[in-house]
Design a protein. Structure first.
Length: 101
C-alpha cells in the first residue's frame, strides 16, 4: 500500500491498477524488475536492490566477530527486560535539535 501511495504522490493523481500492471510488465520484460512469491502475495523488487542487499549481508558476515561485543547476550537480555524506552527520554523537555544546540 505504501508503494501505491508513494506512486500517487509522485504522479500527483490516482494510479490505476492497469497502469501498475502495465509498468510492472514493461519493467519485467526489460529484466529491470524481478518477482518472488511470498505467503502474502507477490513482492516486486529491482535487481539493484537485491545486489545492495547481498552486499550488506556480505559485509555483515565479513565483520562478524571482528570486534569484542559491548555486552554479552545475557547482559543485553537483562537490560532490555528491565528498561523501557520511556526511561531513556529526557523528562519534561524535547531533545535539542542540531541547529539549536
Amino acid at each position: 500500500m505504501e508503494a501505491i501511495r508513494f506512486a500517487m504522490d509522485e504522479k500527483g493523481t490516482t494510479v490505476l491498477e492497469p497502469e501498475i500492471k502495465a509498468q510492472l510488465h514493461q519493467l519485467k520484460a526489460q529484466d529491470s524488475v524481478l518477482s518472488a512469491d511470498y505467503q502474502d502475495g507477490t513482492h516486486w523488487t529491482t535487481r539493484e536492490a537485491l545486489e545492495t542487499e547481498q552486499r550488506i549481508l556480505d559485509r555483515l558476515a565479513a565483520g562478524k566477530g571482528a570486534v569484542s561485543a559491548f555486552a554479552t547476550p545475557q547482559q543485553a537480555d537483562n537490560y532490555l527486560a528491565t528498561t523501557s524506552m520511556d526511561d531513556q527520554r529526557p523528562k519534561g523537555r524535547c531533545a535539542p535539535h542540531r541547529d539549536h544546540q
